[in-house]
Design a protein around this ligand. Structure first.
Ligand SMILES: *Cc1c(COP(=O)(O)O)cnc(C)c1O
Length: 348
């Protein structure tokens, strides 16, 4: 028998108040439209099991995942009719699963429409491609009888560049209006987080925020509106004294030029703290910044804790996760910073 595990040395604190406040703010900014929630990729790495019930209590009634494998974690907390699967059915097994679970597939092509019809049909969502050219029916396919014969709950399209002020946004908006005129659907949905900030025109009946729910700020309009949600923390495993000439980590990228105190910390690229932080990052102990020394390795980083003389082995350090600022600093996108957070973090 394997005994109960001891508490891990990584934990991912979630500010549930901030998460709920972000959803309410995005719902308000959506005007007369309802805000749903993109909870794919385990709620952007924060843990669907924690995130979905909080959003449900805040008032969200429409949820999106990408994979069929992501359905069960969400269905533990909300009715199946509230959940759509963005990738749609690739094989008949997928269609069978959707029907048995009672969740809606997002139909992305005529092939998927045929597969869904042949499996028995029923309510589905439909994604139209208005210019991102990833998934979705092309504009010239929307008159097909497979489409007009479908029972479409939500007509979707997805913006490619909503985080920028570019002409593509208005082009996609226009095409979506045209598609909505031709395809009967109960609801229309175009905007992701950044799209919500583009204004009321983009909200239609339902918005689909993801990033901004979790503290990401894709456009300046959301600055000061969206609150941070994710707070990763890591424990100090060992403290050591460095003498002038001592080097730290793989390939000896850092060499001490004076006596220093260093902390070896339980955090590495396997946890999503990638090597792009090498030479740039700092962890924090309270208000004290502890700069990274040398290379980030798989399970460990070393920080300079000379400025924190009271730091002890086992103490918790904060990993900088103010998403806009941290993303600027390390070069990863805000999306990557969230979804990279590894499985060794306790999400409780
Ligand atoms: C991920 C996703 C969203 C959410 O986008 P954010 O930029 O994270 O707000 C909305 N719609 C679709 C189709 C998506 O794939």
């Amino acid at each position: 028998m394997i005994p109960d595990l001891p508490p891990p040395t990584l934990r991912l604190r979630l500010d549930g108040e901030a998460l709920a406040a972000n959803w309410r703010a995005l719902d308000r900014l959506s005007g007369s439209a309802d805000a749903g929630a993109a909870v794919k990729a385990d709620a952007y790495g924060l843990g669907a099991g924690r995130v979905v019930p909080i959003l449900e209590r805040a008032g969200a009634k429409t949820f999106f995942v990408a994979h069929w494998s992501e359905v069960p974690a969400v269905l533990r907390h909300v009715p199946a009719a509230w959940l759509s699967v963005l990738h749609g059915p690739l094989r008949s097994d997928d269609a069978r699963f959707a029907r048995q679970a009672g969740v809606r597939p997002v139909i992305n092509s005529l092939q998927q429409a045929a597969l869904w019809r042949d499996s028995g049909g029923g309510p589905c969502d439909l994604m139209v491609d208005t210019g991102i050219n990833r998934l979705g029916l092309s504009m010239h396919e929307i008159g097909d009888p497979l489409v007009t014969g479908s029972e479409i709950e939500t007509l979707l399209s997805h913006l490619a560049s909503a985080d920028e002020d570019v002409a593509q946004n208005t082009v996609q908006h226009k095409r979506f209006e045209e598609a909505a005129r031709l395809i009967p659907a109960r609801r229309r949905s175009l905007a992701n987080s950044a799209g919500i900030a583009l204004g009321a025109d983009y909200a239609f009946d339902l918005t689909r925020p993801g990033l901004a729910l979790y503290g990401g700020v894709p456009r300046p309009e959301l600055q000061g509106v969206i609150r941070p949600v994710a707070y990763p923390q890591t424990a100090v495993l060992q403290l050591r004294a460095l003498s002038p000439g001592d080097s730290v980590g793989y390939n000896a990228l850092f060499t001490a030029d004076r006596p220093m105190r260093a902390a070896t910390v339980s955090l590495g690229y396997a946890d999503g703290f990638l090597r792009c932080w090498t030479g740039k990052g700092a962890l924090r102990h309270g208000e004290v910044e502890l700069p990274l020394l040398g290379r980030v390795s798989m399970d460990l980083v070393v920080v300079d804790c000379t400025a924190a003389p009271t730091l002890r082995e086992g103490d918790w350090l904060d990993v900088p996760y103010d998403l806009p600022a941290a993303s600027q600093r390390c070069g990863l996108s805000q999306y990557e910073m969230l979804t990279l957070l590894g499985t060794r973090f306790l999400r409780a």
